[in-house]
Write a protein that binds this ligand. Sequence first.
Ligand code: GLC
Ligand code: CA
Length: 564
Amino acid sequence: MKREWWHGLVGYQIYPRSFYDSNGDGIGDLPGILKKLDYLKGLGADLLWLSPMYPSPMVDNGYDISDYYGVDPRFGTLEDLDRLIAETKKRGMYLILDLVVNHCSDQHPWFQSAVADPSGKYGGYFYLKEGKDGQPPNNWRSLFGGSAWEKLPGQDNLYYLHIFAKQQPDLNWENPALREEIYRMVNWWLDRGIAGFRLDAITNLKKDLTWEDLPPDGPDGMGNISESIARMIRRDGGTRNGIGVFLSELRERCFVPHDAFTVGEASHVSPERLSEFIGEDGYFSTMFAFDAINSHIRGVCYCEDDRHMDPDAWKRDVFVNQAALKDFAFEANVVENHDRPRAASLFIPEEEYGFASVTALAGLLVLQRGMPFLYQGQEIGMTNCPFELEEFDDLSTLDNYRFSLKSGHSKEEALEGCARMSRDNSRTPMQWSAEENAGFGGGRPWLKVNPNYPRINVARQEAEYGSILNFYRRLLNFYKSEEYHEILTYGDFEPLYEDQEKIFSFRRTLGEKTLTVICNFSGSERFLSLKEDYSEVIFVNLPQVTRIGDNLILHPFQLIVTEK
Ligand code: GLC
Ligand code: CA
């Protein structure tokens, strides 16, 4: 595998709105991130991904961009961003931005011009289609609810496509003029000194241009648009008609010349297609390994999802993913982000939440093969937040609530489902201290603060040697240690004890060196007959390793790493 500058780095996602508020208006901002850079460096984060900070009406919290060349005043100024680029570089860190180019905001001048003159130049930047018999052009359901088509303002029968909210019109990538605009913008940012991008919803770029109806999959007679997207990738992939045409152009025109790092939010890529998307000749450097953490998702609404991740399903999916990758590429391993509930709540039943379980999850994430990505607050074990209906902010949560009711669930069930799965769970303000509002800043935060902040916060955990935060520091230190960084980065991955329920174990090997990770991901003590001997235990989350002959007695959620 060709060595790249970003191999072996630890990624960390910042959701700027909720990270740290420097001026007391209740909204996290860029100067706030600057203030916390040393904290992030001390944690062991190398590559920071900022969720969108561009000017935006904030219908989808910045994933609806109205100006690709700026910073929203709520978050600061372009100078603040330049300072952030400079200060990360000074610390040997890297900054990447979120590239949201499947759609823009309906307030973007391009869309405004398309509304004013649908047959003019900017009309061609969007997918505009005539309706059929007073109905939208087809039965596609948007990912945020309702038809994926909305009437263009001022028109009787002309619709525009939106995969997400109606305030997020999809950009027409079939149009070379639009693509040129995007490449110019991407290069403008890369020239400013950022190290690359996280690519938002990037496999959605290619639409089914036959615009055929989907088989209905819900009470509304519509079909989920992601089914249509998935079909396109399955069928055409990178062929002359496929998404690869856009993605390789983007790569050649922008990423290759800058030696940029890119991580794709790339859904629907099957294991056989991975090498087309990532690795040496792939469209992106890497992509998030979501296939490994989605087994709890069951139906079209949150109520139907499993309450908790089944550890054995999770393990199986990780192993399948790792097998598909073998040695041609790395995936970016995650357990949480701004679109998911907190991992400490999803992977761990409430009664088992604690130092052992949270650190076991951390170890399994970081020690796998691939690039580890953390999400703000994960390093202190932040959990889901008890929300009431009025307290939600996220538009897709509210849509899910309505959809649950329509699908026959009671109000209580719908609320319970949302409380468990809402994206707002991971968006509550970062818990810095036990001071008012978790020390997030002076003002009233834009979203509810998790009431558990007096217990779970950075200041408290800095002071406690045996805290989750200090474990994360120790873990990332171990990951990057001179002795083990090479093997933990490039070492092969091989599943162990596969048939042992809730034992999550694997081996990393590089040349003569072998590390074995064994974790009892359950709340009960386990007895494990060792298949192979080891010479030394080199890393643990819980101190005593009890061994009787060839048998290990593993405490609940104990994780140990041994060397041959
Ligand atoms: C991605 C983002 C999500 C956003 C959506 C639309 O999935 O992660 O937060 O709502 O794209 O931009
Ligand atoms: Ca602020």
